[in-house]
Ligand binder design. Structure first.
Ligand code: FAD
Length: 437
């Protein structure tokens, strides 16, 4: 790892009035133990995005320090996803830069296969994240011209990393979103987020309410059916459900191909006709389509269409019931907004995730305080000021993250090269001055 743990720097900084002043203003100064000066970038988050940046940098001969709050790479995939999960998109759209999936992987790799791919990726590029280090604060020190990144380990050790470049790779899914529902404490049965759901096995024979009809909510319902539970799905908003494949071709791949020739409006129309032919009128099942087409909606709001993996046929056959929004909970009972009530044994919230960037990054320009996403939309979301970068905030999954990662590594490499040129020119002029005098 290309950093030097600088006791020496700590010593120098102790005599730097500016530095000591800053530290004494810092609430957690008493717990600060180490200061590490990093030559390359610091990357926060060792998910697919962070790994992709580290690998692209490594390929250019640049080292980085990768900080990860959990004890493994790709913690979302390893620790917070259900067992039956497969990639939603075909593997060619989920590859990280520089290394493809093994040829013998299926079109839609399983979660375990995807994790194996990521582990081999990290091994191939010698990426060794510093695990169990949660970044609590990061701020650009305009006097020093460096970023100060403060992390806390599980044992309570605080480390400050000082670096020229900071890459935010904490993901769009950093924290689970759990809506507050009146009466939740009265319910009495298990209530959990999909990030804690593993398999329908644990709910066999139970009546389960799944709140949220995105890809996860739909798939969890199917999993519950397959384990002989009785799921009901809360559908509050309009949603586009598309077949995962059309005539053996992935709907996503087909859409990307059509977009090369046709305007988005026409591709949307094509998708809606095909969906109607293959899935029927979803509104009759309680899944009303939004007024805007699926691709346009994705572009406007980031809302991903649901790719059906078999849930619709379970709704058609009555194995999954569709319900309106939840009004309040009582003991083992759910009251819906239309006034009806039903008994349930458990509730699963498939209500998504949110970015956690505003909780730790002290910066007002690049990231929006409200949603923790870069203010500038794709494809310009990856670069901020003062050596700040964002990877994986494009609402375009791993494909978007890979594009970001390549651009970031290229930008840092260019910056390094132009700095090297400047310092060579500076040294040359010093030599010249010396030889002239
Ligand atoms: C169920 C599900 C299925 C999906 N399927 C697909 C798919 O098929 N194809 C696709 O392209 N995308 C899919 N996605 C989207 C997917 O989340 C991303 O494509 C991918 O995981 C994003 O990688 P990431 O590295 O940006 O974020 P993450 O995978 O979330 O990784 C971020 C990492 O940052 C760490 N972290 C967060 N905060 C801190 C902090 N303060 N300090 C230190 N570390 C921190 C986290 O622990 C985590 O390990 C899916 C998402 C979900 C939830």
């Amino acid at each position: 790892m290309d950093y030097y743990s600088v006791r020496e720097i700590e010593g120098k900084q102790a005599h730097d009035p500016l530095f000591t002043h800053k530290m004494s203003n810092n609430k957690s100064s008493s717990s600060l133990r180490r200061c590490v000066c990093v030559r390359g970038p610091v990357i926060v988050g060792a998910g697919p995005s962070g790994l992709a940046v580290a690998a692209c940098l490594k390929e250019k001969g640049l080292q980085s320090v990768l900080l990860e709050r959990s004890n493994c790479i790709a913690s979302l995939w390893q620790l917070k996803t259900y067992d039956r999960l497969r990639l939603h998109l075909p593997k060619q759209f989920c590859e990280l830069p520089l290394m493809g999936f093994p040829c013998d992987f299926p079109t839609y790799p399983t979660k375990q296969q995807f994790i194996c791919y990521l582990v081999s990726y990290a091994e191939r590029y010698g990426i060794k994240p510093r695990f169990n280090e949660t970044v609590k604060e990061a701020e650009f020190d305009s006097t020093l011209g460096f970023w100060r990144v403060r992390s806390e380990s599980k044992t309570g050790t605080t480390t400050e990393y000082v670096c020229q470049w900071l890459v935010v790779a904490t993901g769009e899914n950093a924290e689970a979103v759990m809506p507050k529902i009146e009466g939740a404490e009265e319910f009495g049965g298990p209530i959990k987020h999909t990030s804690l759901y593993k398999s329908g096995e644990e709910l066999r024979g139970k009546k389960v309410l799944v709140v949220g009809c995105g890809n996860s909510g739909m798939e969890v319902c199917l999993d519950l059916c397959n384990h002989n539970a009785s799921p009901s799905l809360v559908v509050r908003d309009a949603v586009h459900v598309l077949p995962r494949e059309v005539l053996g071709k992935s709907t996503f791949g087909l859409s990307m191909w059509l977009l090369k020739w046709l305007p988005i409006r026409l591709v949307d129309r094509f998708l809606l006709v095909v969906s109607w032919l293959l899935l029927g009128d979803t509104a009759r099942l309680g899944l009303v389509r939004p007024g805007v087409g699926p691709l346009q909606l994705k572009n406007l709001s980031g809302k991903t269409p649901v790719l059906d993996v078999g849930t619709l046929s379970k709704i058609k056959s009555g194995h999954i019931q569709v319900c309106p929004g939840v009004k309040r909970l009582k003991h083992r009972t759910v009251e819906f907004v239309d006034g009806t009530t039903q008994n349930f044994d458990a509730i699963i919230f498939a209500t998504g995730y949110k970015s956690n960037v505003p909780s730790w990054l002290q910066e007002g320009d690049m990231f929006c305080e409200e949603d923790g996403f870069p203010r500038r939309p794709f494809p310009n979301s990856w670069k901020g000021e003062n050596g700040l970068y964002a990877v994986g905030f494009t609402k375009r999954g791993i494909l978007g993250a890979s594009m970001d990662a390549k651009r970031i590594a290229q930008d840092i490499e260019q910056c390094r090269k132009s700095e090297a040129k400047q310092s060579t020119a500076f040294t040359r002029s010093l030599w010249q001055q010396q030889s002239n005098s």
